[in-house]
Unconditional design. Structure first.
Lengths: 598, 349
């Protein structure tokens, strides 16, 4: 193999599994260290710069970081990254003064359609550069999906108000209670660019299922219903409720039903339990509240008696997978199953819909109904001054993805307004600093602790079910947060190797607790991976290969289960190894927005 | 400085015939200088015991005084150990190996502990053919007292302070061959591919097995002018590759068939000598002595299995000791009482 080029920032970036997995590339270990130091405001600001809504995401994020966490590969459970983020938000002081102010006007005007996480991120990134930002939304307050679809027992309204407020307070001209029914009307106002972040608001229905029309009064589209609950138009539901669907929206629907009078609430889903789209913890939370999840049942009919919904019948199926792993649900041939109910909530997915975008604007759509977008870097539509982001761009996803879209779209809009090439994007900001403090001392807690992950404490179930607005999770206290923060392996403190210094004494290979380091003859990658002390069998993780050493061998380090404990560097007599903190900040419209001293 | 080794291990660490991983043979974290050759030897011993599937609780580590003699703390923390007086490890090892003949004895010593203060005990240990593995971590200096020349420092080697050594060094491997050791090897701490099989073969050998390991002192003897630095040792190494296949394994070695010469040990284990060293006759004591001396005259360091008598008889056999060792004899057997004494006395009248 060729020697690894660690000058390419993407190499070390990939080693920081959590940050790499985060769509917005939040520097996770960096803020977790600050939490351990009780520097909550700094930890919050590191988050805020990357993901704009730390308090919201610390409660609701889909947390792609946690399945990626290296800790999950050396023991049972990853670091509680998401809930530590909430700790930063819970315990911070007033941070307003640490935030950038609106920049001196640069004469450019941008329209933002929809006040969800994508639009708000674009606004946050562009405001300090002096753009005049006009935000439009049909609702009375900003937040979009975060406000209408996430129940307040998971996300208290104050938290959302605060974080939406931080963005709006940067001089954003917000026009609420105004549904934009024509893109042309916006274009007519001569904006320099338009960002569309209106979400994918329509919940999918089952219009052709027998009994759908007759039972309409007791059948609700999950997303609409959740929005109605949030805005307090809906305050009650029947005693027996069936929730159709297996995603996180279905989980929100069933748990909300339990709080609005639903006593016998069931989730019934077509797919096997394991294939459900809902996050495992969301499923656990629903089951914890006494909600059974019945899988492998395909809806057949809404059963109506005397003009009233009395239940539903389902066909039982089993999942078969062909050679390509493609799933088909095959009827088992058993009798259809009947379940009684008073109300049905349909939470089987969402559809994009842009009835308000005129063909004449030049914004074109795919056959799937999603806008044709240049690529997932520029977010430019077929009309050069119109950009998309969030669920509006590629269909339903999650908040953190919308934020990532927002950052990228803001870069594009900034380049576009300056007449620059959108493809020539600024590089990410990176730094690499030695953490050496003395002969064998590091500026970070290098010894991995053995503590196990702890669950976040919950409020009493009875109280929770009695009050829809009462937040279920209590959050970690400071002491627990410290222990949980210390579980972080500091994967951003990189093992940096200098071939010229190495005398091949083997000390690093001998001491490495997880046997990551081998001195071997070079070979092509598959052979080299097999030659290591413990073969490197995880193809998703890179192996580091040094230049040729004096004996002709190479040093190979398997990044897979490296603990970043620094022992290789401590045992190295010639400082061929050094522990260096790698900070990666994804490309943003304003890269030097703020700085937190580590 | 870290004094705790993290508990996490690679989840896919291979296991040996006993179901142990190499981590089960670990010791405490080393307090020797970073990059010390001795730590490499510790790791080689650990790996050798793991690969040979020795139960850790059936191993005894014995040592004297010095950097080298601290080593047993840094491997096999689940084994028996005795850190004895300076240069007096051979006495302890002799007694222990006679009292309990089932344990595998690993003696770890240094050039000071063996070639200076312990020289008297060392030669008698060889002469008596005590059943043990004796490893000298040889760095040619007194590292613990800031790097003065030791008795094994080569003539002309420059100490860190600039003084040139005017004396010939004692060559412990030649001495061991001359004194009649039944297993003599030399290796280099930076060559685990050779050192590990040598340690495994030494542990399987039924008699006194001596391994002289050049082990650079990274702090006081790793500079230009030193003959025992990492660089100088690598430059002057004449390594004869070896491989070891224990009795219970099918014949499987890192070398292709037909490229090796085999030596079978008393228990059926096989030592494979690579072709590069196949011209070398490891069963010829005088030839071995010559080869070592010739290499030295040419400024080379000959490493590998230098001499082996696989059919040797160890101390317990030579002394014609009772078939059951001391630790298996109870009070009644050791002190059979006045009746038996009387009958013995009667027999002498």
């Amino acid at each position: 193999m060729k020697p690894t080029n660690t000058e390419d920032p993407e190499y070390f970036h990939k080693v920081v599994d959590c940050q790499f997995a985060c769509p917005a590339h939040t520097p996770v270990p960096e803020y977790i260290r600050l939490i351990a130091q009780e520097r909550y405001s700094d930890a919050y600001m590191i988050n805020w710069e990357s993901n704009v809504f730390p308090g919201v995401l610390g409660r609701t994020c889909d947390r792609p970081c946690e399945p990626a966490c290296r800790r999950g590969r050396v023991e049972e459970e990853p670091v509680a990254i998401c809930r530590l983020k909430r700790v930063a938000a819970d315990f911070k002081d007033d941070v307003k003064h640490m935030m950038p102010k609106a920049g001196a006007p640069n004469g450019k005007k941008i329209a933002l359609i929809g006040a969800g996480p994508a639009s708000l991120t674009v606004a946050r990134d562009l405001a300090p550069l002096g753009y005049e930002l006009h935000l439009y939304d049909a609702q009375a307050k900003g937040g979009g999906f975060m406000r209408s679809e996430i129940p307040s027992f998971r996300l208290p309204e104050e938290v959302l108000d605060e974080e939406v407020g931080y963005v709006l307070d940067m001089g954003v001209h917000a026009t609420f209670n105004t549904y934009i029914d024509s893109l042309q009307s916006i274009l007519d106002k001569n904006y320099d660019a338009v960002f569309i972040g209106c979400g994918a608001p329509r919940g999918r229905d089952l219009p052709k299922l027998p009994g759908r029309k007759e039972a309409d009064k007791n059948i609700h589209i999950g997303l609409d219903w959740l929005a109605n609950v949030a805005f307090e138009h809906t305050k009650k539901i029947g005693t027996k409720v069936i929730v159709l669907g297996g995603g996180n929206t279905a989980m929100d629907c069933c748990r909300t039903s339990r709080r609005l009078g639903g006593e016998d609430v069931k989730v019934i889903v077509r797919s096997p339990f394991e294939d459900m789209k809902a996050s495992p913890w969301e499923k656990e939370d629903a089951i914890h509240e006494g909600i059974p999840i019945i899988d492998n049942h395909v809806p057949k009919e809404f059963v109506v008696e005397n003009g009233k919904l009395v239940g539903m019948t389902f066909e039982k199926v089993e999942a078969k997978y062909d050679a390509d792993g493609k799933r088909s649900l095959v009827p088992t041939g058993e009798d259809p199953a009947f379940f009684e109910c008073d109300d049905v909530l349909i939470a089987i997915g969402q559809e994009n819909a842009f009835p308000w975008i005129e063909k004449s604007t030049g914004v074109r759509f795919t056959s799937w109904g999603t806008p044709i977008i240049n690529d997932d870097e520029t977010f430019q539509s077929t009309r050069k001054d119109v950009f998309f982001g969030g669920d509006a761009a590629f269909g339903p996803s999650n908040i953190i993805t919308a934020v990532a879209h927002g950052h990228k779209a803001a870069v594009s809009i900034d380049l576009f307004c300056q007449g620059k090439n959108l493809e020539k994007r600024p590089a990410p900001t990176v730094s690499l600093k030695s953490q050496k403090m003395g002969i064998h001392e590091w500026s970070y807690d290098s010894v991995p602790v053995d503590d196990k992950r702890e669950a976040v404490p919950l409020v009493d179930l009875k109280k929770a079910l009695a009050d829809r607005a009462l937040e279920v999770e209590l959050g970690f206290d400071a002491q627990t947060a410290f222990v949980q923060a210390e579980r972080c392996l500091n994967c951003d403190v990189q093992t940096v190797f200098t071939t010229e210094n190495c005398i091949e004494c083997d000390a690093c290979a001998d001491i490495c607790p997880t046997s990551c380091i081998s001195f071997v003859e070079n070979a092509d990658e598959p052979e080299l991976r097999a030659r290591l002390l413990v073969p490197a069998e995880n193809p998703e993780q890179d192996i580091f290969v040094s230049d040729d050493l004096k004996t002709g061998k190479v040093l190979v380090k398997d990044e897979d289960v490296c603990l970043h404990c620094g022992l290789c560097a401590e045992r190295c007599p010639t400082a061929a190894w050094d522990m260096q903190r790698f900070l990666y900040s994804m490309t943003k419209a304003k890269p030097d927005m703020m700085e937190v001293q580590a | 400085m870290s004094y705790i080794k993290p508990k996490f291990r690679h989840p896919k660490l291979p296991t040996n015939a006993l179901g142990y991983t190499v981590a089960d043979y670990d010791g405490a974290i080393s307090t020797l200088c970073a990059g010390c050759g001795h730590d490499s030897i510790s790791a080689a011993i650990r790996n050798a015991c793991f690969k040979s599937s020795l139960p850790p609780h059936r191993i005894a580590k014995v040592s004297g005084i010095g950097c080298s003699s601290k080593m047993p703390t840094y491997f096999l923390s689940r084994s028996h150990g005795f850190n004895s007086v300076h240069g007096r490890m051979p006495s302890v090892a002799t007694g222990a190996s006679l009292a309990n003949r089932d344990l595998t004895y690993i003696g770890v010593s240094g050039d000071g502990d063996t070639a200076s203060i312990g020289m008297g005990q060392f030669v008698h240990l060889i002469r008596r053919n005590v059943n043990m593995t004796y490893i000298v971590a040889n760095n040619g200096c007194y590292g613990l007292t800031k790097g003065q020349d030791s008795a094994t420092a080569d003539r002309g080697s420059v100490a860190k302070g600039g003084a040139v050594n005017p004396f010939d060094g004692i060559d412990l491997a030649s001495l061991a061959i001359l004194e009649g050791a039944s297993f003599v090897a030399r290796s280099f701490s930076g060559d685990k591919e050779q050192l590990e099989p040598l340690i495994r073969a030494a542990m399987a050998h039924n008699g006194f097995a001596f391994i002289d390991v050049v082990s650079p002192c990274v702090t006081f003897n790793n500079h230009a002018g030193s003959t025992k630095s990492y660089a100088a040792t690598r430059d002057h190494l004449d390594a004869m590759p070896v491989d070891f296949v224990p009795m219970r394994d099918e014949i499987r070695t890192q070398y292709a068939e037909g490229t090796t010469k085999d030596v079978t040990l008393h228990d059926g284990s096989v030592i494979h000598l690579h072709k590069a060293s196949a011209d070398y006759d490891a069963n010829d004591r005088r030839g071995a002595l010559n080869a070592v001396q010739e290499a030295e005259e040419q400024g080379r360091i000959l490493t590998g299995l230098l001499f082996l008598d696989p059919n040797t008889q160890n101390l317990a056999v030579n002394l014609n000791l009772a078939s059951r060792p001391l630790n298996e004899l109870g009070k009644d057997e050791l002190c059979p009482g006045s009746k038996v004494l009387k009958s013995i006395n009667e027999g002498l009248r």
